[in-house]
Write a protein that binds this ligand. Sequence first.
Ligand code: XMP
Length: 549
Amino acid sequence: MENEMIIVLDFGGQYNQLIARRVRECNVYCEVHPYTLPLEEIKAKNPKGIILTGGPNSVYAEDSPKCNPEMFELGIPILGLCYGAQIFAYQLGGKVETAPVSEYGRTEVEISTKSVLFKDCVGESVTSADSGSLGAATCALAAGAACGTGASVLADGNVKSVFWMSHTDYISEVPEGFVITGFTPVCPVAAMENAEKKFYACQFHPEVVHSKEGMKVLSAFVKDVCGCKGSWKMDSFVESQIEAIREKVGSGKVLCALSGGVDSSVAAVLLSKAVGKQLTCVFVDHGLLRKDEGDEVEAVFGPEGPYDLNFIRVNAQQRFYDKLAGVEEPEQKRKIIGEEFIRVFEEEAKKIGSVDFLVQGTIYPDVIESGLGTSAVIKSHHNVGGLPDHVDFKEIIEPLRMLFKDEVRKAGLELGIPEYLVFRQPFPGPGLGIRIIGAVTPEKVKIVQEADAIYREEVKNFGLDREINQYFAALSNMRSVGVMGDFRTYDYAVVLRAVLTSDFMTADVAHLPWELLDKVTTRIVNEVKGVSRVLYDCTQKPPATVEME
Ligand code: XMP
């Protein structure tokens, strides 16, 4: 299954996961590693190709991250994107400088379809006369730079296509052996290549959705340059995981941390198919679940449900509330909830006796967002970054560790899990603990549960529940003056959030119909005690995150 592998070397760019997802969309297995991955490990993985990501640094700055130069001698095809492109230029003898004009956002790039990378791009055709003048303008702008060095510009069969740019540095001189295959009026080297060595570089980001023909570019690299066939499929993943789990677990006992969310549900069913009754699923009701969720999870995975699992529900609400009392800082809340989770599991494991393995539904974005050591830690997901040091199990099994959310859903369907569970909207492990700004109290939990239930009910009534990727109510820590009847109130503001996203790495705000917002607002202030205002979060990600913590 993993014979065909592309390695993404991460230089700290925010789009590193997207690159990996896009490669997997070509049915080629792909892993993200820090750029410091030792050469020996790269060789051992035998990748068909390597992609260098973008990053926040300037290649010419002292201490900026660089590739091991020996990597360029391995004969493996390499694609550099943004900072990764500049690394090529800099480390192979070209020049990178601060651009006179930065480019950010959707940008029309003139690319040569003579390049294997752009051969499938259609864009908007450019007449040869236009192309010549654009080329000339580029040379004039880059006087003394790329064109001045005699580097050739592939200009035949040029098309203009829209790609996402985000750079303040640019390549002003290409290394020996490279030709320019793309440019804009202010960026003389938007793409370059040394086809003989299979080195390709794009200043733009083909991986983001705004790059209209970006998938064609990545697919051309993966399939045509690297020669991947694209045989990585979900059924082979499921089968090989079941086999691998059986081999690893032997006759050992396994404990699964089940939250009822998509990830842990898929992990649980995968494990139950692999080791049957050797598995016990423990569902911790930490008192931070959505309204009635504990009972819903029990109905599906408990003795009355369709699965043949050992199921234990632990009602630990008070224990979590006690630990969280007075804690306001979101990262601290995450750590506390994560640690308490593990303690509860350890206790249950002791009761069951000689448990060898703990299963968690960690997925790839959790792993990457918790920090590969190259990019900033945005937040630590409770099941990775927050893991306590002393865990009382032989080993942790994370069968979905290398999968993205949409791939987890595919695996779920492959395992026969009902669609209504597979397509459940995501709910964070730390639950309402991170949807309540400031200190968590049982009263605040009740408020946000009730408000959220109303919101979800009305979104469904409006027929929008499958259209919006994630929507929920959060509780701001803001209290403000209101008036109800003849009385002054001083109550909380509930915040409604609804986002459209395919990968949860970036998200647009859903433009909910006013009638829906109006109805939800009226119902919440009328029906939920302690709320006097309802606000709608209009912020996209970035700069915000999906959760409001
Ligand atoms: P953010 O807030 O990081 O959320 O933009 C992106 C997606 O991740 C979910 N999320 C979590 N899921 N454990 C999880 O299993 C967590 O700790 C966690 N924090 C955020 C969030 O709901 C959204 O879908």
